[in-house]
Design a protein around this ligand. Sequence first.
Ligand code: ZN
Length: 65
Amino acid sequence: MSDAAGEERPVCATCGSTPADPEAAALARLTWSRGTENGREVWTCAACSRRHLRSIEGKLDPAWW
Ligand SMILES: [Zn+2]
């Protein structure tokens, strides 16, 4: 485990997954959904975004959140 200074890896707010290496982190920043919640930056990984998209397309289910 090493914490590279100045490098922030996004963490999925839904499933808690995080990119395993800097390369994956850079990719995640492009492919994950970024939002803001209470002034904080929140990320949703591609897999969760897809699942949310489906639930949103069907019907908005508050239980999901
Ligand atoms: Zn996720």
